[in-house]
Design a protein around this ligand. Structure first.
Ligand code: RET
Length: 291
């Protein structure tokens, strides 16, 4: 491992790839997990298109935003999977995967730029299902948009320093977390206000939405910190089994987070919209498009 200078601000996956490399199992697990990621997005794309008429027209913007998220995430995860398989090559003599010579390094930056589209969409989505009783729609929308974008841009800068400068990595990560906390506070308020005066079932589902929102969004900072979490320490994990576990752990975490924060969240919002549509007298089975 005397190559750290030549890799510069590359992400830690590349440092592992140029050092001890990856076993067949680690390499394939990441390739598979990334593939499942985009496969789920394209399958869910069909779900959101096919269920759009099960809700009243006023709730359909939510489904349209899910469609936008599925297409953008599906494409970007596809590129991310290609990036992974191109970045590493199998060494027959050592029986392990190492960084490929001459191709682009592996980079998680695609994800961050994808979030720049998806995070505001996911946050806006709920505003088309719930009715705000006290807060103003445009104020909440702008706050979601501002904090969401700032959280991602500052995190995007920070991830370049995950190996080269712990101080900068931690600094930008902390700035990003301030915006993240603002998003959590705003979302809590939106769900609380939105739960007032709605059918009991819708209220219950809005409770689930808050839980899965909190769980899935917190996984992203966990993935950002992954080289410092396995094993826990102030040095990034670049060698040995721990580094491989951190490489696989990060992509696994991202995939679980992506499926939950985009697909499960979108499906639950559809269910809430269906309950509210029924409560408003819209019955797709009876009236179809007439209403
Ligand atoms: C970063 C940087 C480190 C600190 C924090 C982060 C939070 C990221 C989040 C991302 C959510 C992404 C979603 C994408 C869906 O498409 C940027 C990793 C707090 C919460 C929901």
């Amino acid at each position: 491992m005397n190559t750290s200078n030549s890799l510069g601000n590359a992400t830690f996956e590349n440092y592992v790839g140029i050092g001890d490399g990856l076993s067949e199992m680690s390499f394939q697990m990441v390739a598979h997990v990334l593939t499942v990621g985009y496969a789920v997005m394209f399958a869910a794309l069909l779900y959101f298109i096919l269920t759009i008429k099960t809700v009243q027209p006023k709730y359909r913007t939510t489904a349209i935003l899910s469609v936008v998220v599925m297409v953008s995430a599906g494409l970007l995860l596809f590129i991310q999977a290609q990036n992974w398989v191109n970045a590493f090559t199998f060494d027959v003599e050592q029986g392990r995967y190492f960084l490929a010579d001459g191709s682009a390094l592996f980079n998680n930056g695609y994800r961050y730029l994808n979030w720049l589209i998806d995070v505001p969409m996911l946050l806006f989505q709920i505003l088309f299902v719930v009715t705000l009783t006290k807060s103003s729609f445009s104020k909440v929308r702008n706050r979601f948009w501002f904090s969401g974008s700032m959280m991602i841009i500052t995190g995007y800068i920070g991830q370049y320093f995950e190996v080269t400068s712990f101080a900068l990595f931690a600094f930008w990560g902390t700035v990003s977390t301030v915006f993240f906390i603002d998003i959590l506070i705003t979302m809590r308020k939106v769900i609380k206000e939105g739960s007032e005066g709605v059918p009991a079932d819708a209220k219950r589902y809005l409770g689930y939405i808050w839980t899965i929102f909190l769980f899935s969004w917190m996984l992203y900072p966990g993935a950002y910190l992954m080289p410092y979490l396995i094993p826990i320490g102030l040095e990034p994990s670049l060698t040995g089994l721990a580094s491989e576990a951190a490489v696989v752990g990060r992509q696994l975490t991202y995939t679980i987070a992506d499926v939950t924060s985009k697909v499960v969240y979108g499906v639950l919002l559809t269910v809430v919209a269906q309950i509210m549509s029924n409560a408003d007298g819209y019955d797709y089975n009876k009236h179809g498009e007439k209403n």
